[in-house]
Write a protein that binds this ligand. Structure first.
Ligand SMILES: Nc1ncnc2c1ncn2[C@@H]1O[C@H](COP(=O)(O)OP(=O)(O)OP(=O)(O)O)[C@@H](O)[C@H]1O
Length: 586
């Protein structure tokens, strides 16, 4: 039995079954057109969409858990294949038919195709949450993202010399509206750099081109891009609802009223299934708040609130358990279904999660090892002689390959020959090809077998209408609040964030107690004699120390104390100085 067949999961077999039904084969070039694997992905997503839209009406209960069996899914998918209803999400998006995320307004011609959903089909719990609300958003401009031969270098300045470091070399690929592209690779392989380049966060690639509807990046695109960074920046003391409301008030167009913006924030809360924790604080190092998954969803909400055409996410699932990670990826799919182009980096997805991506980029040391349909990645690697020898999560297998690790993986005959001829330390490690050699082989294999044909495809002009191309730059999107409004929103947000600090009982008690003590120190104290004035100066010093009691040990406190004591001394000396001046005058 070959490695590939050992590895094959049930869903893989389904992909192939449907491929056969469609007359396509997974053995075709991984980069070729709309192959069956991709079809399966599209279809299964459509099924889930149906389930989502069917569930509220079906039960009408609050905690409706959406469950579905693989068999039910297959039933739907095969029905769709035979009825030819598998419209690509991208095309529907480009027609502006997708108006919602999970809600997704079903095009009229698909309504007839919908079948009642039977409870017998429910076997697998896919969601523990209650995403049920359909929200309507304005249709977004579909953006086709293409990047060819992208290289990125940085200059490292040393004390005596400057060197160039190549971070990315010759990366090409594309992603359409309605698709989710995942970037995988070992740590340091250049995923974040590529994501930042595509998202316009790094000015320009050193070489190569990145186009959005065949146009280069411009500032006007900023308002159409959402970017969820790896390290989320949220205010720990704001609640989920406050966070999203402030984001809506700051970022949504001026023409919307305050109420409309607030409604949009609430819609996003329901859309992302955050309703149960909407009044919970975000939390941080010292404050307990929402869970990791909820936190990630708030970050996504912060970006989708502006209804972006392109959504970039840097490792949205890191640190989450596989079920929560799956839920996040499902949300990304829902977002893509609404006509958005979604690009995400991912570290170590579970196999269920891996099969959810439409396209995949595998990077190794800044080079492209694979770009194409995620469902065809295994077929490609087995074609170049790398197949897992034991049952393995495809993502784990691909990461092992990208790291140059061939443990439990068949060694391609070409590589074996090379090692036997060379047999130097550089080429072997424990009798196996060394990681450097494996990396070289994979880069070469991609370049010789796929890169050229793929590049040709990317170079060919896209069949998108001129209006869509121009819209990227002509139709300027209105930015959020005016300068004054921004100031006021940020002021109130800052106040809310620090309210626990300002109005804590400790702080209030401290201030009141200090005021009382200071009052007592000066109570009935006159300023007639030198002694009384000295006492006042000393009182001032003690008062200042008390005021700064919380940080009594800090340098600031010591400085304040010193100044106050010096002040006391000065107060004591002033009358002496004045009398000295008088005597001089006389
Ligand atoms: N401005 C820079 N100057 C120097 N080196 C850089 C710079 N930016 C990135 N690098 C290097 O480029 C490589 C790729 O970095 P990048 O953050 O893109 O990797 P990554 O695949 O996202 O890693 P991780 O998965 O750990 O986040 C790393 O070795 C990093 O140190």
């Amino acid at each position: 039995m070959s490695g590939t067949s050992i590895l094959r999961t049930k869903s893989d077999q389904l992909v192939e079954a449907i491929s056969a039904a469609m007359g396509g084969g997974t053995k075709s070039s991984p980069m070729s057109g709309e192959a069956a694997g991709g079809g399966m992905e599209t279809l299964s997503r459509k099924s889930s969409r149906r389930l989502t839209s069917a569930s509220p009406g079906r039960s009408g209960k609050n905690n409706t858990h959406i469950r579905k069996s693989r068999s039910a899914q297959l039933k739907f998918d095969l029905d769709e294949v035979s009825s030819g209803a598998a419209l690509s999400r991208a095309s529907s998006a480009s027609l502006g038919l997708s108006f919602s995320f999970t809600g997704f307004t079903v095009p009229p011609d698909e309504i007839a195709d919908m079948k009642p959903f039977s409870d017998d089909d429910i076997t697998e719990d896919l969601e523990a949450g209650t995403r049920k609300m359909k929200i309507q958003t304005e249709p977004t401009l579909p953006i086709y993202l293409k990047f060819t031969e992208v290289c990125y270098k940085v200059v490292l300045k040393g004390v005596t010399s400057t060197t160039e470091k190549e971070i990315l070399s010759g990366i090409s690929g594309s992603v359409d509206p309605g698709e989710v592209l995942a970037m995988m690779g070992p740590s340091g392989s250049g995923k974040t750099t590529l994501l930042s380049l595509l998202g316009g966060r790094i000015k320009e690639p050193t070489e190569g081109a990145i186009t959005y509807n065949e146009q280069p990046y411009s500032k006007l695109l900023k308002s159409r891009i959402g970017f969820v960074t790896q390290d989320d920046i949220l205010f720990p003391h704001l609640t989920v609802r406050e966070t999203l409301t402030y984001a809506a008030r700051l970022r949504l167009p001026k023409k919307l009223t305050k109420e409309e913006k607030e409604k949009r924030a609430i819609d996003v809360i329901y859309e992302l299934g955050l309703e149960r924790c909407q009044d919970t604080m975000i939390g941080g190092s010292f404050v307990r708040g929402v869970s990791g998954g909820e936190r990630k969803r708030v970050c996504i909400g912060n970006e989708i609130i502006i209804n972006p055409s392109l959504l970039f996410l840097d490792e949205p699932t890191s640190g989450l358990d596989s079920t929560t990670a799956l839920r996040i990826v499902e949300i990304l799919h829902d977002i893509a279904e609404a006509g958005k182009t979604v690009i995400t980096t991912i570290h170590q997805p579970s196999s269920r999660l891996f099969h959810k991506f439409d396209k995949l980029i595998l990077l190794g040391k800044g080079s492209l090892l694979y770009f194409g349909k995620a469902s065809e990645a295994m077929v490609y690697f087995s074609a170049i002689g790398c197949s897992p020898l034991i049952s393995m999560n495809p993502a784990e297998f691909l990461l092992d390959l990208a790291n140059g690790n061939l443990n439990d993986v068949s060694v391609p005959s070409e590589l074996e020959d090379r090692v036997q001829i060379g047999n130097s330390d550089r080429e072997t490690r424990n009798g196996k090809p060394s990681p450097a050699i494996v990396h070289e082989y994979l880069v070469e294999a991609y370049e010789t077998r796929v890169a050229e044909s793929e590049k040709k495809k990317l170079m060919a002009p896209m069949m998108i209408d001129e209006e869509l191309k121009c819209k990227v730059f002509n139709a300027k999107r209105e930015w959020g609040a005016s300068w004054c409004e921004q100031y006021s929103i940020l002021f109130w947000r800052g106040l809310k964030e620090r309210r626990h600090d300002y109005f804590s009982w400790l702080r209030i008690t401290q201030v009141v107690a200090t005021a009382v003590i200071l009052g007592l120190l000066w109570w009935q104290s006159g300023g007639d004699s030198l002694k009384q004035m000295q006492e006042q100066g000393l009182g001032l010093a003690i008062g200042a120390t008390l005021m700064d009691l919380k940080r009594a040990t800090t340098l600031a406190s010591v400085t304040v104390m010193t100044f106050m004591l010096a002040g006391g001394y000065f107060v004591k000396k002033v009358p002496v100085f004045i009398s000295w001046l008088r005597t001089r005058k006389e």
